[in-house]
Design a protein around this ligand. Structure first.
Ligand code: ADP
Ligand code: MG
Length: 337
């Protein structure tokens, strides 16, 4: 008799969900990234009880056609890559085809979408991994994804979630990261039916101020550096605006928020002479690099990346920041595209 057995799909999806979906904020991140990949210009986020009860994201992106609906919830099914060579030049935020299957395995999910060209909109549900057949419904072009009762079928996991306030704070942080890196998209964030953040489509500098406040941007200097096929744009706070925590550090690689040891080190070094050891710099920086020179397929949540030429990136970041800190007003009139 076999002792090794293939696991049923529902269980496989629940295990995979453990890697990607840790709390409501991680589900929100995946759902928002899907809306962005779908080309949305307006995204509304409605959260109830810190996301423990409901996360609803409504976008005006290109939508999902009726025939694709069941595949959207299937594991390893994606519209974003199709061949091995695509892995080396990923331009979208998603590509693993795992998020919706994972979320659907550990919640009550409702996906409603309409793609122009279809006769009508469709919706499909998943509850603890059991997926229904798509049914016709009504909706304008775009997608609404509702996630209710996250981890309702994994009580051990649900128990680890924190209070409503803490979970919402995590959701807000995810929202800020996404909003900071997509200034051209209008966002609306509601919690328990109250608007918490309403952001118009603007340019990057205006978005930084809208999200992080005037105090930050008035204490910061512009960064705009270019070398070969790398560029670094953004704002770094002067040492006078240093923080006691690392709560205001945003670094994006090709529009994706990342936490990277190498980058952190380069920034710490750049601030070394001007910042006290127990203080932390505040910055919002956007690194653009040829997608072929960075591997984003390192970690399921893609929070880590691997650079092909790590040393060159380190030097570039260090020198760029070091330079503006040394003469903060030199580039005050440069523009972020
Ligand atoms: P991935 O984003 O890695 O492709 P997901 O599980 O997050 O995987 O989504 C599966 C597929 O469902 C996507 O490739 C996309 O085609 C479709 N999809 C998901 N959300 C949306 C959305 N908001 N708008 C349009 N299509 C979507
Ligand atoms: Mg996705």
């Amino acid at each position: 008799m076999n002792v090794i057995k293939l696991l049923p799909d529902v269980l496989i999806n629940q295990i995979a969900a453990g890697e990607v979906i840790e709390r409501p904020a991680s589900a929100l991140k995946e759902i928002l990234e899907n809306s962005i990949d779908a080309g949305a210009t307006e995204i509304t986020v409605q959260i109830m009880q810190g996301g423990l009860n409901l996360i609803r994201v409504t976008d005006n992106g290109k939508g999902i056609s009726g025939i694709d609906m069941p595949l959207a919830l299937a594991r390893h099914a994606t519209s974003k890559i199709s061949a091995q060579e695509d892995l080396h030049k990923i331009a979208s935020l998603g590509f693993r085809g795992e998020a919706l299957a994972s979320i659907g395995a550990v919640s009550r999910l409702l996906l409603t979408s309409y793609q122009s060209g279809d006769k009508h909109a469709w919706h499909i549900q998943a509850e603890g991994g059991q997926v229904t057949c798509p049914e016709p419904t009504a909706r304008g072009v775009g997608t609404t994804l509702e996630v209710r009762d996250l981890f309702f079928n994994l009580p051990a996991r649900r128990k680890f979630l924190k209070t409503e306030t803490t979970e919402f704070a995590h959701c807000e942080e995810v929202f800020r990261r996404i909003a900071l890196s997509h200034a051209h998209i209008a966002f609306n964030l509601q919690h328990n039916n109250k608007t918490r953040n309403h952001l118009y489509a603007v340019d990057t500098l205006q978005r930084i101020t809208a999200v992080l406040g005037k105090e930050f941007s008035q204490s910061a200097v512009l960064v705009s550096e270019q070398a070969n096929d790398i560029s670094l744009q953004g704002m770094v706070a002067l040492p006078t605006y240093s923080r006691s925590a690392r709560d205001l550090q945003y670094f994006f690689v090709n529009g994706r928020y990342v936490r990277d040891k190498l980058i952190s080190h380069a920034l710490r070094e750049a601030y070394r002479d001007v910042l006290h050891l127990d203080r932390h710099p505040a910055f919002v920086l956007y690194l653009q690099i040829n997608p072929q020179n960075v591997d984003v397929n390192v970690h399921p949540t893609k929070a880590e990346v691997r650079f092909r030429d790590a040393r060159a990136i380190h030097q570039f970041v260090f020198h760029s920041i070091n330079k503006v800190l040394a003469s903060p007003h030199r580039q005050a009139d440069s523009q972020i595209p």
